[in-house]
Ligand binder design. Structure first.
Ligand code: PMP
Length: 420
């Protein structure tokens, strides 16, 4: 049994050996030492119900025994070779993805992180269209490489002042607290059309999350992406959908873009595909894939451990109806949240098990972000871990493992109501 150094030592070592950029949740954070399905355990063996899933990653549960057993077998048999050698799991995974990805999207490039996959998707769009620029939504987040940061529309995550500005265009998202969603959508589409009219002949793609995660769980009106795609098509601009956070059942559909009845040109996934083992993808239809001919390889992309794990994740999701479960439990969670009467709740957003609770602070001396932190801390003390996001860091993020139960949700809701 490993001995635990405890939260104080970890904080001290982080302060000494990490960069100040590395943040953490909570004034008094626990040391997390174990996970089992929807639960996490700290160094004192206190159990927490996890409603954040490591930012939408562990959809099948922490150290899911069925999946972990097969991952361990793969580690023992063959861990790594690169795409230069022929291995089986990665082609079987690519084949499986072709079956479940929307429309005629059937070709996949494997990499490791969401940022890397978005970067690849953007490069692919440039190769295919032979154009240069990108359009993105304010409030979107797409990664931490130079180009993906450059299309990230959340000021706090835009790392430096030297990001790409030329040929990058931001438009408003179709959501606002000041005007109606319909008006916000009209404005957003007008901005898009104006940019396309002026610069469309040198724009390769527009990149969007189908539901903004970090931006505060912002879902768009049902017809928004269809209208976006119509406008883009008129200027031969591709639509890249970033499903890094929403993919693989999270929102009650296999992919969140299905809520809008749209098939994107390129789709990017990561996080939940490996249930904690790093793997990411960008996928497209054959016509676009044909443009990607220059040699390219990600050292760890599609490695046997990640690819085999992903296959087992998809099999586990199917066998346990996790997409349906996300929709049903998500509907239940959202309905129950709407019944909570609290001056701190401004709005409840999202779908499936991707729900955001916009917090407000009626007391002018306390900011909504401080309120949010207080709620997170009290929930943690009571044994519930939730996330937070939003442009002002004042949105409670409820994105539990999809294997959570109704009983877990009921006890969480009772606790949240008390905390509020
Ligand atoms: N896209 C979205 C929508 C994300 O939420 C994230 C990470 N939270 C990324 C891209 C970047 O992924 P990664 O951290 O794996 O590079």
């Amino acid at each position: 049994m490993m001995s635990f150094i405890g939260p104080a030592s970890i904080l001290a070592k982080r302060a000494e050996y990490f960069f100040p950029a590395t943040g953490h949740f909570y004034k008094n954070p626990p040391q997390i030492v174990k996970g089992y399905m929807q639960y996490l355990f700290d160094e004192q063996n206190k159990r927490y119900t996890d409603l954040y899933a490591g930012v939408s990653v562990v959809n099948c549960g922490h150290s899911n025994p069925e999946i972990a057993k097969k991952t361990n077998e793969q580690v023992n048999d063959l861990q790594h070779t690169t795409t230069l050698y022929l291995t089986q799991p990665m082609v079987e995974l690519a084949e499986k993805l072709a079956q479940i990805l929307p429309g005629d999207i059937a070709r996949t490039f494997f990499c490791v992180t969401g940022s890397e996959a978005n970067e690849g998707a953007m490069a692919l769009a440039r190769l295919f269209t032979r154009k240069q620029g990108f359009i993105a939504l304010k409030g979107g987040l797409h990664g931490r490489t130079h180009l993906t940061l450059s299309v990230t529309g959340i000021p706090m995550w835009r790392l430096d002042n030297q990001l790409v500005q030329e040929h990058i265009y931001f438009i408003d998202r179709p959501h606002s607290v000041e005007i109606s969603t319909q008006e916000a959508m009209t404005q957003s589409l007008e901005q898009l059309e104006m940019i396309l009219k002026k610069h469309g002949d040198n724009i390769a793609a527009m990149i969007v999350e189908p539901i903004q995660g970090n931006g505060g769980i912002i879902m768009y009106p049902e017809e928004y992406l269809k209208k976006v795609q119509e406008l883009l098509a008129a200027y031969q601009v591709l639509l890249i959908v970033d499903e890094v956070q929403t993919g693989y059942g999270r929102t009650g559909k296999m992919f969140a873009v299905e809520h809008y009845g749209v098939v994107p040109d390129i789709i990017v996934t990561a996080k939940a595909l490996g249930n904690g083992i790093p793997i990411s993808t960008f996928s497209t239809r054959s016509e676009i894939a044909e443009a990607f001919t220059k040699p390219s390889a990600s050292t760890f992309g599609g490695n046997p451990v990640a690819a085999q794990t992903a296959l087992n994740v998809l099999q586990y999701m199917e066998k346990n109806y996790l997409v349906k479960q996300a929709q049903e439990l998500g509907d239940y969670l959202k309905k129950k949240l709407q019944q909570i009467d609290s001056p701190f709740i401004q709005e409840i957003r999202g779908t499936g098990l991707m729900i955001g609770v916009q917090i407000q602070s009626p007391d002018p001396l306390i900011t909504s972000a401080e309120r949010t932190d207080e709620i997170l801390e009290k929930l943690k003390d009571a044994g519930y871990l939730i996330g937070k996001n939003g442009l002002n860091r004042d949105v409670l993020a409820l994105q539990p493992p999809l294997v959570i139960t109704k009983e877990d949700i009921d006890s969480f809701l009772a606790c949240l109501e008390k905390v509020l």
